[in-house]
Design a protein around this ligand. Structure first.
Ligand SMILES: Nc1ncnc2c1ncn2[C@@H]1O[C@H](COP(=O)(O)OP(=O)(O)O)[C@@H](O)[C@H]1O
Ligand SMILES: [Mg+2]
Length: 321
């Protein structure tokens, strides 16, 4: 399909989409709105192959420049979605256009975004936090090192992460995803100020260290419920995170707390304005996660072992429990 045939402004604006709207010759029925982003809206839709998420972008009001940026982003998002395969990335279901509207069909990620989850539940508890770091280091590790070419996600932030019913986290929105070294557009402000690396605002080429910065900003938000401000000194950030740990560390033992402390310090180092000061790869972070996970796991096993032990003791002593 040649998407460049439809230049914004040349087609009349169609009726707005709302629950009940039927599109694509009856093949797609809109059920509800899942979210809204910089370029379009995402809806839950009933299709012949089940429930899907569909990103709809309306271009009829757009000028040529906006349209060109969108066209590049939409095509790139559609092709990355089609070629990538990881549990932390929605599966693609193709794309199509109707007049001035563009549709990107994909797997429905059921659950709130990390942004909504933290707004509703408050900062994450440590076990939940560990699960978040697990999911994010896995999917970023996949993009950075396990694909054909090094892929930079480009827009990691709480609104682009969905907490699925299973408790794992998936990325959505591959609109700014690129191969490392691609030139980043400065024509339209497409980056997210408090979550994107400072060098991104200056343009230049994309680099995995952009994602590493955004990972630091995202976990900062997950632990504190606040967006990191560029002016905040690293020491102040560490202090805030320590406070978060103190509030939530009741059943964590010393070794696991020590390891998660190291992990958080490493994650905060991702917020260094100088890309060379950040951890060089997701692997370093993944290893720190593994050490924490192992410590926490053995601590939990020990605790459950202890409770079995105390049950046995009661049994031998002929006590009821
Ligand atoms: N596959 C999906 N499943 C469920 N919700 C989604 C999905 N993709 C996007 N969303 C929701 O829609 C919102 C906007 O989508 P996004 O892709 O981020 O759009 P934009 O590119 O305009 O920022 C997201 O923050 C999320 O709440
Ligand atoms: Mg988005």
């Amino acid at each position: 399909m040649n998407l460049s045939l439809n230049i914004g402004g040349m087609v009349n604006k169609p009726q707005p989409i709302s629950p009940g709207t039927v599109l694509a010759g009856g093949k797609l029925k809109i059920l509800s709105r899942l979210g809204v982003g910089g370029f379009g809206e995402v809806f839950l839709a009933q299709t012949e192959s089940g429930l899907k998420a569909v990103k709809v972008v309306e271009t009829s009001d757009w000028g040529q420049e906006e349209y060109q940026v969108f066209n590049a982003m939409f095509m790139s998002e559609a092709s990355f979605l089609r070629t990538l395969s990881h549990p932390g990335i929605p599966k693609s279901d193709g794309f199509f256009a109707e007049g001035s509207r563009y549709f990107l069909m994909m797997e429905w990620l059921k659950g709130p975004t990390l942004e909504q989850y933290v707004e509703e539940e408050g900062p994450l508890f440590l076990d939940e936090f560990l699960g978040l770091v697990d999911s994010l280091t896995q999917v970023l590790g996949y993009l950075h090192t396990q694909c054909e070419g090094v892929i930079v996600f480009g827009d990691l932030k709480p609104a682009n992460i969905v907490r699925r019913e299973s408790g794992s986290y998936s990325l959505c929105d591959l609109g700014l995803t690129s191969f490392e070294g691609s030139k980043m557009s400065r024509k339209i402000a497409v980056f997210s100020p408090n979550f994107s690396a400072p060098e991104r605002a200056r343009g230049g080429a994309s680099h995995i260290s952009n994602d590493i910065y955004s990972l630091g900003a995202t976990v900062y938000f997950a632990l504190t419920g606040r967006e990191p401000e560029k002016t905040l000194h690293v020491r102040e950030q560490e202090r805030l995170v320590r406070l978060a740990l103190e509030r939530q560390s009741e059943d964590w033992g010393r070794l696991a707390l020590h390891q998660i402390g190291n992990l958080i310090i490493l994650l905060l180092a991702c917020l260094d304005p100088d890309p060379n000061g950040r951890p060089p790869s997701v692997r370093t972070l993944r290893e720190a996660w593994q050490r924490t996970h192992a410590a926490r796991d053995s601590e939990l096993q020990e605790a459950s072992g202890q409770s079995t032990h105390s049950i046995m003791k009661h049994l031998y002593e002929g006590k009821k429990f």
